[in-house]
Design a binder for this molecule. Structure first.
Ligand code: AMP
Ligand code: MG
Length: 413
């Protein structure tokens, strides 16, 4: 039985970063940029005003105060999207709106609040003059051309994950598409004679195939594209037929059929059609995990055999399939966020495996607390529904007591 780290290293050694694809920027959310983006323009493209006010020469404000305003002649107005048609000479100002280009001759903007505009407006003044009520420094409230992103500079680097703000940079620079590492297609195969499709009534002795949908949702949550292969029966022929339908994907994920039972034949498939890299991991739940490859011509398609019990399948997916998927997507940070929390239950570790129990993490004051979500028997799928994290009890820790500080891997944050 290998450790969680050994199993993960092995799996990651079998998966590669996928090739890039060019797509509309909104379809790239969460994907990794595959090329450096250099700006061909200055952002902002021209010197412009940071606020609504008056564009003027700073010198003309020297000595100004509320009690002794400096009066300037207003020679025009400029709104965002238009070019100024007047040059600011000493003793003059141009009324300017946020984002409007700074007129020639002006070096500073004074916001409305620091002028007597309000008083003038209430006395029906035609605003041909304006009183400046304070002295300002040269350059204040001016946004200079290229100060955010300079022309020819690196705006976004290869390897960056595209979040809304990076999509914003692409849009600002006028890119309608981006080159990103493509999303992996993950084929999902449920196995078991007891399984019934979710749109069918349940005959006695059968259960609905929930795993395919849980796994597909996990694949989607982390940015992959699920391809549901349906239900394979507990026979070599049935599983082989289904697996053949998934050979065009980037990874196969099966559920069930990896324990020691009479019908656990996923390992047999791996042995016959490729190789078993490992079977069983020192983890609870999720111990009967199988990983290997299926031969596909010259290539080897990775196959991750998750345990059948839905809780075990989900927990094992988080530890092993999620990082593999993220690596294929070109992501560099494959580690799930974990936080220290105070556990509110006693937890025993009798069989020296790494435990991932389902907990609900809450914050009280500055401290995080983690409480088990009821029975941790893997048969209780609702323990997963109530959880927002997995408490990690190391393999060499025999017991944690309520009040101890533990690490919790967050499922939602
Ligand atoms: P196995 O690993 O095939 O022995 O399955 C372990 C347990 O998980 C059994 O109780 C199965 O009925 C259950 N199980 C297996 N596959 C699924 C599935 N796709 N959906 C829901 N439960 C499943
Ligand atoms: Mg089974």
């Amino acid at each position: 039985m290998i450790s969680v780290e050994e199993a993960l290293d092995k799996i990651l050694s079998y998966v590669e970063v996928l090739e890039p694809e060019e797509k509309p920027i909104l379809d790239c959310l969460g994907q990794v940029l595959a090329s450096d983006i250099y700006s061909t323009i200055d952002i902002p493209p021209m010197d412009n005003s940071a606020m609504d006010g008056y564009a003027l020469r700073a010198e003309d404000t020297y000595g100004a105060s509320t009690l002794s305003p400096k009066y300037l002649g207003v020679i025009g107005e400029v709104a965002a999207g238009y070019l100024p048609d007047k040059e600011v000479e000493p003793g003059t100002a141009v009324r300017i709106m946020t984002g409007a280009p700074l007129p020639a001759g002006a070096d500073t903007v004074v916001q409305f609040e620091n002028t007597d505009e309000e008083t003038r407006k209430s006395s029906q003044d035609n605003l041909s003059q304006i009183g400046i009520l304070c002295q300002v420094e040269k350059g204040s409230l001016v946004r200079y051309a290229g100060e955010d992103i300079a022309r020819e500079s690196l705006a976004l680097g290869k390897g960056q994950v595209l979040r809304p703000q990076e999509i914003g940079v692409l849009a600002t620079l006028g890119h309608s598409t981006a080159l990103v590492i493509r999303r992996p297609v993950i084929s999902i195969l449920a196995t078991g004679d007891e399984l019934i499709d979710i749109d069918q009534p349940l005959p006695p002795g059968k259960i609905h195939n929930s795993n395919s949908y849980i796994i597909a949702a996990q694949v989607m949550k982390y940015g992959g594209i699920p391809k549901i292969l349906g239900i394979g029966r507990d026979s070599l022929q049935s599983l082989n037929e289904r697996i053949n339908e998934g050979l065009d994907s980037d990874m196969l994920v099966t559920s069930g059929g990896v324990s020691r039972g009479d019908y656990d034949i996923v390992k047999d498939i791996l042995a016959k059609r490729g190789e078993i890299a490992f079977w069983t991991v020192c983890i609870q739940p999720g111990k009967p995990l199988a990983f290997g490859t299926i031969e596909k011509g010259e290539e080897k398609l990775p196959l991750l055999g998750l345990p059948g019990t839905p809780v075990s399948s989900m927990v094992a997916f988080e530890q092993f399939a999620r990082p593999a998927l993220l690596k294929m997507m070109g992501k560099r940070n494959l580690t799930q966020l974990s936080i220290p929390a105070i556990i509110e239950n006693d937890v025993k570790n009798n069989n020296k495996r790494r435990i991932y129990d389902r907990v609900l993490v809450t914050k009280r004051g500055d401290q995080y607390y983690a409480r088990l979500t009821g029975s941790q028997h893997t048969g209780f799928f609702t323990s997963m529904v109530k959880a927002n994290g997995l408490v990690i009890i190391p393999e060499d820790t025999k017991e944690v007591k309520a009040g101890d500080t533990v690490q919790v891997q967050m499922l939602d944050w």
